[in-house]
Design a protein around this ligand. Sequence first.
Ligand code: 6MZ
Length: 358
Amino acid sequence: MTATPADAALRLLSPAQLAFLDRLPKAELHAHLNGSIPLPLLQELAQEYLSAPTIATANADALSTPVVAADVISGLQLLKAGVILDRIDDFFGLFPAIYALTSTPAALRRATRGVLSHFLDGASGAVAYIELRTTPRETPGVMTRREYLEAVLDEVEARAPDAAALIVSLDRRMERAVAQEVLVLAMELRREGRRVVGVDLCGDPKAGNMEDFVELFRTARAEGLGVTLHIAETRENSAAETVKLLSCEPQRLGHATFLDDQAKELVLARRTCIEICLTSNILCKTVERLEDHHIRYYLERNHPIAVCTDDILPFRNSVLAEYALLMAPKPVGLGLSESEIETVARMGMQSRFPNPTP
Ligand code: 6MZ
């Protein structure tokens, strides 16, 4: 398996430096549930699925391409061997095989528990707080979107309120009616006192008409939900689309790799937090080298950022490894000092969405 940039950074740090990173109170604010299932747990779920594959192959949700057992086996082999992507476009094809394994409330609960445990209970590198995000899918006859969210929320709420919360994702591929249904669910669950702190726009950056989504995110803001949007993730995302998305006044932005000068000015003026996913951007080849990463622009301006993992399953990273990239000497890492890294960790903690159930 090829080493990732984060592996190389981890290897360059002394035990004292690793202990320093471990001790820092860190927040994980950008982790997709189905992209963050630890591989051993995914293998267990696959074994169970393969012994009774009927339910997931019947999944007719618009987001899930029907999969057969062979797709799950080859998807798993790919993840085990270490995914190598030529382009970000190849990334989204990984998910149907994973989705097949989390198409029942029971499997989803186990996946959520495993993900939370990975981030919060790890022997080293545990975070102080996680906002997990996920896109609710329905499995006809088995699980509604509401049941999907309730299953995930039950596990999130089994944790202390200051340890875990949920962000509900709207996928760019969703039809408007489905996106609206998901937003209404997020608002209803929050009003019912469930721990939903925000909504997100995610999915293939080339898909969807953002005209359909902006109104929904404005409504979410008016409702008091946090809003974070994957924005300008690829060079192909137009400046007009970015302007449209920024008009919803999101409090945070995912990736924001290709903001033009005008968009950057707005983001700086509003102090909009940028969720930075270094390994993800490098493996998806939206950023060529760490030294070219836009994190440097925001660091130079002391602008709020949150260092996050995105999807630990395909990217084989961890929060500790992302912080190792900040600390390792150049060119493997960014060579930041301990006090600079403390500032970054603090910015992440300060960029959490307010919790409705303290
Ligand atoms: C955009 C991403 C993503 O929601 O099923 N997702 N969307 N850019 C990214 N960066 C590379 N990484 C993950 O988690 C999986 C879903 O999250 C989105 C994709 O829509 C993916 O299908 P959930 O829990």
